[in-house]
Design a protein around this ligand. Sequence first.
Ligand code: SAH
Length: 487
Amino acid sequence: MFLTITTTGTPERPATDLGYLLHKHPGKAQAFSTSYGTAHVLYPEAEAQRCTAALLLEVDAVALVRRGKGKGRGGAPDAVLAQYVNDRPYAASSLLAVALSNVFSSAMKGVCNARPELPGQARPLRVEVPALPARGGPDLVRGLFEPLGWAVTAEPVPLDTAFPEWGDSRYVSLVLESDTLTVAEALRHLYVLLPVLDDAKHYWVAPDEVDKLLRVGEGWLPGHPEQRLITSRYLSRRWSLTRQATERLELVRLAETDDSEVEEIDNAVEAETEAEEKPTPLAVQRREAIVTALRQAGAARVLDLGCGQGQLVQALLKDPAFTEIVGVDVSMRALTIASRRLKLDRMGERQASRVQLFQGSLAYTDARLKGYDAAVLSEVIEHLDLPRLPALEYAVFGSARPRTVLVTTPNVEYNVRWESLPAGHVRHGDHRFEWTRAEFRAWAEAVAERHGYAVEFVAVGPDDPEVGPPTQMAVFTMTTPKEAKAA
Ligand code: SAH
């Protein structure tokens, strides 16, 4: 199996600089032993105007079996034979990717002590991989490389040239060309995407692969349109690792996003929390009321819709009865803060597998929200303009349809009891409305009626005989499953 990297140059920027970039002298052929065979680096051409480096990996198929997965496995005779007679020696796969990272490790990091200015410079590059196993075919190959700035030629390789009627094999012959990438970027793309396309790792994927993926994916993987597929295949579809990686990539992307509108909301939330927390920690009482209602409902898999900065998610994580907790918010910044609060990046695998944060708007139906036991909307509805409320109603009660839904919102009647609040004002700037108990009740009962739920009301905070409690909570319980509802 092999690949070549070619660059062109000028007398001022000779193509032979490739030798510096790869830390391999163009004048000599070198061999490196790896655990699966020998990797050779040689330069079929090395002129100022054009220079090509080839990485050729001679795989020892027997060593591969001895060390690898096939060891000790029984099975049909042809399966045993397949351990020895397979495509591994010829096809560019995870073995080639590992060889790349062994042989060109400094180059991949973009380090060149002799010529420190070189690694940062983009140059014309052409990468050829004559036999690339590509699960997903030429379309996926393009979908993976084109967003990174490569012009892609991916020709399917026929199964057997003597029998064209047999059709194409799962291999493509790949040519990548770009003028805008550095050699380090090219190597990192290949290191991740070759095994992703092959989709069959030769080694056990350990948790530290997530770190490796994030390191090598820095600068190009966050925000890649196929990020999910890349992550999942790279991590051999190990679900908890994939999720960990996805969350961490999302954070990187969030950190790079500047969202001032959200800042306003966050500031408002902080202001509200401060105003409320002096007399009674109402936010805490609210969370306790929610956790209690969730326990009573027997919910294990819970959505926190409009999770804000993740305080409720954090509280839920402390109770093992909640096996899966998903925080959703429209605000990137809130999610970033939430993930810092939860220390998602330092969480053990087991804990991390229980929690997930993602960005989404409750004004749209979202398939990711289906199939949960319960959904919480804590102090969220009043942040939507009234005309948008039916959209939220449909997304939650019509589409996601958890068995239990908890909705909390301020009781505007109680506002007269806030000493610091001028008469006639809502509790803070981002509240689009605040309802009386009767208004909330009317809305909640109509929603329940429309979607096949029963609803009960719970007071949160001191229940004032005149004006009621500061927070009102509606507990919806599904009475009519969707199928019956549709019928
Ligand atoms: N649930 C948290 C935060 C409430 S503040 C708590 O109880 O403390 C309201 C949150 O709703 C904010 O984080 C805001 O970003 C979010 N939000 C507002 N509109 C939204 C929408 N359309 N979709 C999802 N989240 C929304």
